[in-house]
Ligand binder design. Sequence first.
Ligand SMILES: NC(=O)c1ccc[n+]([C@@H]2O[C@H](COP(=O)([O-])OP(=O)(O)OC[C@H]3O[C@@H](n4cnc5c(N)ncnc54)[C@H](OP(=O)(O)O)[C@@H]3O)[C@@H](O)[C@H]2O)c1
Length: 324
Amino acid sequence: MEYRKVGRHGIKISEFSLGAWVTYGGQVGEDVALECMQAAYEHGVNFFDNADIYAMGQAEVVIGNVIRKLGLNRTDLVISSKVFWPFGDGPNDRGLSRKHIMEAVHGSLKRLGTDYLDFYFCHRYDPEVEVEEVVRAMDDLVHQGKVLYWGTSEWRGHQIADAVGVAHQWGLYAPAIEQPHYNMFTRHIVETELMDAAHNHGVGLVVWSPLASGVLTGKYNSGIPQGSRLADPDYDWLRGVITAERVAKVRQLTEVANELGCSMAQLALVWLLRKPEITSVITGASRAEQVHENMKALEFKDKLTPDVLARIEEILANDPNAES
Ligand SMILES: NC(=O)c1ccc[n+]([C@@H]2O[C@H](COP(=O)([O-])OP(=O)(O)OC[C@H]3O[C@@H](n4cnc5c(N)ncnc54)[C@H](OP(=O)(O)O)[C@@H]3O)[C@@H](O)[C@H]2O)c1
């Protein structure tokens, strides 16, 4: 495992990380979460991603319990959480007001059983709150030692630039990290806006749903297998990620993977690291075998030669920077 600096910031995180969304505190029990985290840690993962909204706080409880059960040192770990999505019914139980940010972080720290978060993400942009209020609240959390670096998730390039501008104007901590959706199918914003944000503002990019909820493993090529994420009725709203066009591309990409000697999932994961702006790929897994398979993708990094990358681009036919 290699460790990359988060943009221009000193902290280093594993180029593959593990996230809790859907799975821990929800789809699988704490014993399985423990096996997955243990496997990831043994492969060198130091960054574990979380959010208050994942299983309504239960994902944070489970990850906190697992860290204690495994006896991991807090200093060896990079732990995140996020704030934005409604955590209650009240008008102040959501969004990025100073009130909600301050109250939400206390809840996350308590559930995780830690004194500080390494990363605290604004889980979306909040059009109802002035960006200065958000930046000042996050800056205060850094000064209080509750958060080491703050970041954004699914913010557009100009929104990040606004936050950085306000931070510089008032001498406040600027966002250090952005967490966008990025995989072989979903590329546009990352490759046309956020790579620039990374260069211009020194922001690190940690990317989510690298396997498009599993579509990029090929497991959905012939329908929805039992026990998979998209078979779960709780996640039927996610089934739109499977389309005939995507499955056709996955079939062709699988031929490339076979030639390289790796699995489709491994090809899709390692392909994301071809850009140095990508600090970490946040993987997800519902069982330890998936963690082992996914982490071993790193062995194939050198196989992505310019020729192989060109073949992949030809199959994907969605390079947002290609001349049409
Ligand atoms: N910031 C945001 O708004 C946001 C949004 C979403 C996610 N995230 C973060 O990103 C992390 C990863 O997202 P994700 O879970 O959607 O990632 P993903 O890689 O797109 O999907 C992971 C799921 O695919 C299946 N899978 C993974 N590896 C596999 C393998 N080798 N073979 C077969 N199936 C495999 C598993 O589901 P099954 O076994 O159940 O089929 C697993 O839970 C989340 O945990 C979260 O931390 C952030």
